[in-house]
Design a protein around this ligand. Structure first.
Ligand SMILES: NC(=O)c1ccc[n+]([C@@H]2O[C@H](COP(=O)([O-])OP(=O)(O)OC[C@H]3O[C@@H](n4cnc5c(N)ncnc54)[C@H](OP(=O)(O)O)[C@@H]3O)[C@@H](O)[C@H]2O)c1
Length: 310
């Protein structure tokens, strides 16, 4: 197949490109910058429609992903990519199989997320402009018949977000984490790339695109936050003691906006159980095959201890 990948210059998109090539497909990379391989087709999601001529299927990874406050100019900028850009993408995609990479950030944090199914509310409550605009974008994609994938906290080689932010937060041998230990779903980037290809009918689950609804995508089992964090720090050669800050205090500090990087969204994501139920993706024959232990082993630090399961 010839697969068009938007956001191919980014972390997840570049892994989708490499996985598609490894599986014997051709790739077109739609975006402002080229991808790691394949023909570059220039597209700015805030402007025109992408040219999908020759593409058999589309994996849409491009997004404005920063953790920015709602109701500001920042939200308008993210809306231009995540919502208006989606409208342009959908017009150009026609009836090609399309995977729209969303996020578990669309889930309303006011309801319990100890076991989140895809029917968990997504209409309101998101804590930042990213979650709100991703929820609006995926509504359009679902209405147009796309497969929507909702990964959570994607990690792997080339990750510019999760692990770098964690390492930045270590100060004088201490890492402050909001609240007590919790259970969190994480998604190995290989699991996401594999799901993207499978969902357009170009992967290991067969040659039929998945039924066009939303699917949670994550590693097979959730992780204990503190143990996973310790393992990541060790794998990067960072020595730090974890200190638990009471969650109400962390929320107050985040609302004050005085601590860089500590936002209401970050506190929520780190201090409450968020476990994705993978039943629906499994019914398509998909199975997550990578986990954090494998990534940390590859990261190459003998100091890394495997993260245990709850
Ligand atoms: N990383 C995670 O933890 C995570 C978790 C859940 C969901 N996701 C989803 O996964 C997808 C990929 O995220 P990522 O982590 O790979 O982020 P990333 O590394 O920041 O990549 C974002 C991509 O979007 C492209 N993009 C941004 N604005 C654009 C525009 N105006 N026109 C065209 N392309 C534009 C960027 O391309 P250029 O800047 O080169 O143009 C880049 O390739 C997103 O849909 C995100 O919502 C990620």
């Amino acid at each position: 197949m010839r697969i068009a990948v938007t956001g191919a210059s980014g972390f997840c998109g570049s892994h989708v490109v490499r996985a598609a090539l490894a599986a014997g497909h051709e790739v077109l990379c739609h975006g402002r910058r080229p991808g790691p391989a394949g023909r570059h087709v220039p597209w700015d999601a805030t402007a025109g429609e992408p040219d999908f001529t020759g593409a058999d299927a589309i994996v849409h990874c491009a997004a404005a992903v920063a953790d920015l406050p709602r109701g500001t100019g920042a939200e308008a900028a993210q809306h231009a990519v995540n919502v208006a850009g989606t409208e342009r993408l959908l017009r150009a995609a026609g009836d090609r199989p399309l995977v729209w990479v969303s996020s578990a950030s669309v889930y309303d944090p006011r309801a319990d997320r100890g076991s989140v199914g895809e029917d968990h509310p997504t209409e309101a409550g998101q804590l930042n402009a990213y979650g709100r605009t991703k929820a609006a974008g995926e509504r359009l994609a679902l209405a147009a018949g796309a497969v929507v994938l909702r990964p959570r906290a994607v990690y792997g080689t080339g990750d510019p977000h999760l692990v770098p932010r964690l390492l930045e937060r270590v100060r004088r041998g201490r890492l402050l984490l909001p609240g007590g230990d919790v259970r969190l779903s994480l998604t190995a980037v290989q699991n996401l790339a594999d799901a993207c290809l499978s969902a357009v009918g170009a992967g290991r689950t067969g040659d039929r695109p998945w039924t066009p609804v939303a699917y949670n995508i994550a590693d097979a089992r959730p992780y204990r936050r503190d143990e996973a964090v310790r393992a990541v720090l060790a794998a990067h050669g960072v020595t730090a003691r974890i200190h638990h800050v009471p969650a109400p205090l962390a929320r107050l500090a985040a609302r004050s906006g005085r601590l860089p990087g500590l936002t209401p969204y970050a506190v929520d994501q780190l201090s409450r159980d968020v476990v994705l139920d993978l039943t629906r993706a499994r019914t398509q024959g998909w199975r997550p095959h990578r986990d954090l232990d494998a990534f940390l082993r590859e990261t190459g630090a003998g100091a890394a201890r495997p993260a245990s399961r709850p």
